[in-house]
Write a protein that binds this ligand. Structure first.
Ligand code: PLP
Length: 234
């Protein structure tokens, strides 16, 4: 077994165990293999080991990898998205996790119409209010969702957050719990064209805690593919 397939099995087992601890069905949780900076061979190994959801954070790299990988993959755009690049991924990705402004949603709506499709999106919440991070402050989330819900070619299906980097993942438990509550509260508003069925939260360092607190999608890179090397990049 390669390292990648072994890692993948371990992460899956951790998800199953976390679900068991809190009485959740592990089938509710989608593991996204975050393959940014990794070569196609690494993605193919993960694919051969069963991975069908992949996450990337750059439009060009995402687009190149879509061209080179099998068609039965669901691609997740998890990185900050510039409006002028939406056209390159519209209709090619299963889910955009990182929508944090009306203007971006509006552009996604325009490009979706051109491709004759409806694009599912998540609203990225900067729950901890970190200055360095993208995402809408939690207090403004409902208002933004109401505005975006008027656009008929984007469909809000949930929320996403990137929790702070912490030594002990327990430190992020309150954030994950707060995100779950926010999604329940928004769901109760019964807004047309809005579903709160996806909660994308948890990365290598803290996905186990995120699953215990209700994550439906965890985004794991290092834990599957090993450490990233940015030094070789362009
Ligand atoms: C890189 C990245 C991840 C994966 O991070 P790891 O710590 O390597 O698991 C998850 N989510 C987003 C948005 C990322 O950019």
């Amino acid at each position: 077994m390669s390292d990648i397939s072994r890692n993948l099995e371990l992460v899956k087992k951790n998800i199953v165990d976390a679900c068991a601890r809190v009485g959740r069905d592990a089938n509710e949780v989608t593991l996204i293999a975050v393959s940014k900076t990794k070569p196609i061979e690494a993605l193919k190994e993960a694919y051969d080991a069963g991975a069908r959801d992949f996450g990337e954070n750059k439009v060009q790299e995402l687009s190149d990898k879509i061209d080179k990988m099998p068609e039965d993959i669901t691609w997740h755009m998890i990185g900050h998205l510039q409006r002028n690049k939406v056209k390159y991924i519209a209709g090619r990705v299963g889910l955009i996790h990182s929508v944090d402004s009306y203007r971006l949603a509006e552009e996604i709506n325009i490009q979706a119409k051109k491709k004759n499709c409806v694009i599912p999106i998540l609203i990225e919440v900067n729950y901890a209010g970190e200055e360095s991070k993208f995402g809408i402050p939690k207090d403004e989330t409902l208002e933004l969702i109401k505005e975006i819900s008027e656009l008929d070619s984007v469909h809000i299906v949930g929320l996403m957050t990137i929790a702070p980097f912490v030594e002990n993942p327990e430190e992020n438990r309150a954030i994950f719990r707060g995100m779950k509550q926010l999604s329940v509260d928004i769901n109760q508003e019964n807004i047309d064209n809005v579903e709160m069925k996806i909660l994308s939260m948890g990365m290598t360092n803290d996905y186990i805690v995120a699953v215990e607190e209700g994550a439906t999608h965890v985004r794991v890179g290092t834990g599957i593919f090993g450490a990233r090397d940015y030094s070789k990049k362009n």
